[in-house]
Design a protein around this ligand. Structure first.
Ligand code: SF4
Length: 213
């Protein structure tokens, strides 16, 4: 507290004013986002903090209309601290470009921010510990459309344990936000037959984004 402010408060107190309340300055969304990022980068809430090299908070435009959410970082992500890098990331970049989007146009994150060792599935306790960071990211970004890639991300956010095929049959609502579920780019690398349905999902999203204009 500045010396002059402190002196003024002491003066008010001596004048008989006992309780002084300050209205906390409201943070704008950029400040909230940076504060959340700083907190996440220091997080040690679960076991994954012991083995990670970097916390992969997310990348892209925090004012984006579209937010894409995957499962958890892999080895490349852990090395760099960025999400969706490596082969799956390159494929994702191409898929987005096919609907006239650059990665910087959207926001990309994972449901779990630190890499599970040997790329194992995140444990329930890790998913529960990490979910509030994603929930806050979504609340600040307020995307118009969410795209969940992979069944694990879909189960984690939509709280339904159903096959990916069933998730894809309809759109969902997450906190009132229209939400699509589609294939994870890693799955498309393993099974190119899924590229066609994934492309159909992307076209629907492209149409929705056009309709927002
Ligand atoms: S995975 Fe999430 S909860 Fe666990 S240490 Fe990393 S940031 Fe924290």
């Amino acid at each position: 507290m500045k010396k002059t402010t402190k002196q003024y408060l002491e003066y008010l107190e001596m004048s008989g004013i006992q309780d002084i309340f300050f209205e906390e300055r409201k943070m704008n969304s950029t400040e909230k986002f940076e504060k959340l990022k700083a907190k996440t980068l220091k997080c040690k809430k679960c076991e994954l903090a012991k083995t990670r090299n970097n916390v992969c908070f997310g990348n892209g435009n925090p004012n984006a209309d579209l937010m894409l959410i995957g499962e958890a970082p892999g080895a490349e992500e852990d090395k760099t601290g960025n999400v969706f890098v490596g082969r799956a990331g390159k494929l994702l970049t191409k898929m987005l470009q096919a609907i006239n989007l650059e990665r910087e146009d959207i926001y990309i994150a994972n449901t779990v921010k630190c890499r599970p060792p040997e790329n194992r599935d995140p444990k329930a306790a890790e998913k529960i510990a990490c979910l509030p960071y994603l929930e806050k990211q979504i609340a600040i970004i307020q995307p118009k459309i969410i795209l969940l890639v992979g069944r694990v991300a879909a189960i984690n956010l939509l709280k339904q344990d159903i096959p990916l095929k069933t998730f894809r049959e309809t759109t969902h609502l997450y906190q009132g936000i229209k939400t699509y579920v589609s294939y994870h780019p890693s799955a498309l690398l393993r099974n190119p037959n899924w590229k066609r349905p994934a492309w159909e999902d992307l076209q629907k999203i492209q149409q929705d984004l056009e309709n927002l204009k």
